[in-house]
Ligand binder design. Structure first.
Ligand code: HEM
Length: 161
């Protein structure tokens, strides 16, 4: 029974990762470049509602990561063995660093972009006529989140041994 829950938890964990990284990749390779060549008053509201929608799903993914990840820690016996005594525990703790970076970007990006440019609506792309600095920061935050995500996946797979 516990094994079946572990399988389902792992499936949900992986699907959440696919969604989040997929959303970052689509934003970087499709949405950003396409919106960049649109007039600001067209691009900003479209980008804004797309980003708001995506962010709602990513928030669900974050909750799912925490629940399924915690269950898998319990399944692997980490709650008894502790985090420092095993290589599993140590890899897990290292994995939490890029995870924290991703979570920090998720929860602060809107604030940062709004501060740089209120008209960006906190979801600015690289608008040609729009605020360039917010556009650059938008791209950098996505690149850092993507790099962290790739490291998180690598460490997650390492946890399986
Ligand atoms: C609160 C945050 C998180 C916790 C507590 C957590 C915990 C875990 C644990 C314990 C494992 C190992 C499962 C096992 O031993 O079978 C794991 C694997 C994994 N994690 Fe996370 N994780 C979190 C966030 C993330 C994030 C943000 C991503 C990706 C964006 C991610 C992607 C993965 C992947 C791809 C695996 C490998 C799955 C497998 O091969 O079984 N995790 N995670």
């Amino acid at each position: 029974m516990l094994y079946k829950v572990h399988l389902i938890a792992t499936l949900i964990h992986i699907l959440s990762a696919v969604y989040w990284l997929g959303a970052i990749l689509i934003t970087m390779t499709v949405l950003g470049p396409v919106m960049r060549f649109q007039p600001g008053k067209i691009a900003t509201p479209i980008m804004s509602s797309i980003q708001n929608r995506v962010r709602r799903f990513v928030l669900v993914a974050i909750v799912l990561f925490a629940v399924t990840g915690s269950f898998n820690l319990y399944y692997r016996g980490l709650t008894d063995l502790g985090f420092f005594g095993t290589s599993y525990g140590r890899i897990f703790l290292i994995k939490m660093i890029p995870v924290a970076v991703m979570f920090a970007i998720y929860f602060s990006a809107t604030l940062i972009l709004r501060r740089l440019s209120p008209e960006s609506n906190g979801t600015c792309c690289e608008l040609e006529e729009g605020p360039k600095r917010a556009g650059r920061v938008f791209a950098i935050l996505h690149m850092v989140a993507l790099t962290s995500g790739i490291i998180v996946i690598l460490m997650g797979v390492m946890l399986r041994g």
